[in-house]
Design a binder for this molecule. Structure first.
Ligand SMILES: Cc1cc2nc3c(=O)[nH]c(=O)nc-3n(C[C@H](O)[C@H](O)[C@H](O)COP(=O)(O)OP(=O)(O)OC[C@H]3O[C@@H](n4cnc5c(N)ncnc54)[C@H](O)[C@@H]3O)c2cc1C
Length: 307
């Protein structure tokens, strides 16, 4: 944080007053908060503990005209080597309550999909099996409309509680979220997901467990889970599979610095050791250029870039 930056300095004190000294850090390395294990420092990193604190933190950022970014589990993010100039509002450590009412389960935004699916399984509630291996938070999954195997968020969501940029809290039904492939109104309108309610169905806990075990097994067989990554690097191009195009282009294992196209699943760029964001960008750009040259298809990144 630069000494001359009045707004950030003021904001630093305001945020400490809202969430407590111990929940604000300066120059926080984002490599510790992303599954890629990549990313330079964020000016301020704030962990609100409840919905009121989230609203107050964001209001303070807006009043001080300092950019902010809402972070879940950092599993779909590539943060630049220079880091982020502004405030990271980290929800995965604070907003972690879950409540159950009959077949409906409401999870705060920071609950992980693994926790949510495990809890549903234990309660004999089916619907979230598809999500058990996605390493994201409920909030991030709503934002991205997470999808895996035979399920997606749109299938199980009933409604989400959001904070609008104006500071209002409101409930939006799933039909109001405009959920599509890697798309949501949440992203378009800069809404912050505070919690999500899932409409699940009663089922045999053993069957739910079997399905989750099967999907986990399939994931472990196909995906390079032993190396840091942000999952699928590219969106699925219409009529194609990104991984197949990349393999057919001869790019499996293509490496720049510490970043490489996974040899196990060419749709993933992995951090094979000490990768920088610049390394990952170089791999992404080469893959895009080569696949386009050979097959006329322009791959679009699924991973979100920050900083
Ligand atoms: C090994 C691996 C496997 C994966 N497999 C899958 C898969 O099968 N299917 C799939 O869909 N994805 C997959 N992913 C990608 C990723 O896990 C999902 O996109 C996930 O939903 C991102 O959630 P997150 O909490 O990590 O979000 P983050 O990476 O923290 O953030 C992603 C975006 O969501 C926004 N966001 C986060 N929380 C909120 C909130 N509360 N309110 C508003 N916006 C918010 C952020 O601002 C950011 O723009 C995989 C990733 C990895 C590393």
């Amino acid at each position: 944080m630069s000494d001359g930056d009045y707004h950030l300095d003021t904001l630093n004190w305001r945020l400490r007053a809202i969430v407590g000294e111990e929940n604000v850090s300066q120059m926080e390395p984002m490599s510790e908060h992303t599954t890629f294990r990549i990313g330079g420092p964020a000016d301020l990193y704030v962990v609100p503990d409840d919905v009121e604190e989230v609203a107050d933190v964001i209001a303070a950022c807006r009043e001080e005209h300092v950019p902010y970014f809402v972070l879940g589990c950092g599993s779909d993010l590539l943060v630049s080597d220079d880091g982020y100039r502004g405030v990271i509002v980290a929800l995965a450590d604070g907003l972690t309550n879950v409540s159950v009412d009959g077949e409906e389960m409401t999870c705060q935004a920071g609950v992980t999909l693994k926790e949510a699916s495990e809890m549903a399984c234990e309660l004999g509630l089916s619907g979230l099996e598809f999500a058990c291996g996605i390493p994201g938070s409920v909030g991030g999954a709503c934002y991205m409309n997470a999808v895996a195997y035979d399920g997606c968020m749109a299938d199980v969501l009933k409604e989400v509680r959001v904070l609008t940029p104006a500071g209002d809290v409101c409930d939006l039904g799933v039909d109001e979220l405009d959920l599509g492939y890697r798309h949501s109104r949440i992203a378009d309108e800069g809404l912050v997901v505070l919690s999500a309610t899932f409409a699940l169905t009663r089922a045999d806990g053993e069957k739910i467990r079997q399905k989750m075990d099967d999907l986990t097994h399939r994931r472990e067989e196909k995906q390079p889970l032993d190396l840091p990554s942000a999952g699928s690097t590219f969106k699925r191009p219409e009529g194609h599979f990104a991984g197949k195009l990349i393999t057919d282009a001869g790019l499996r294992g293509y490496q720049v610095g510490g970043a490489a196209v996974s040899k196990k699943h060419a749709g993933f760029v992995v951090n094979v050791g000490g990768a920088t964001a610049a390394d990952v960008h170089a791999v992404i750009e080469h893959v895009q250029a080569e696949v386009e040259r050979q097959f006329g298809v322009r791959l679009q990144p699924e991973v979100r870039f920050l900083g």
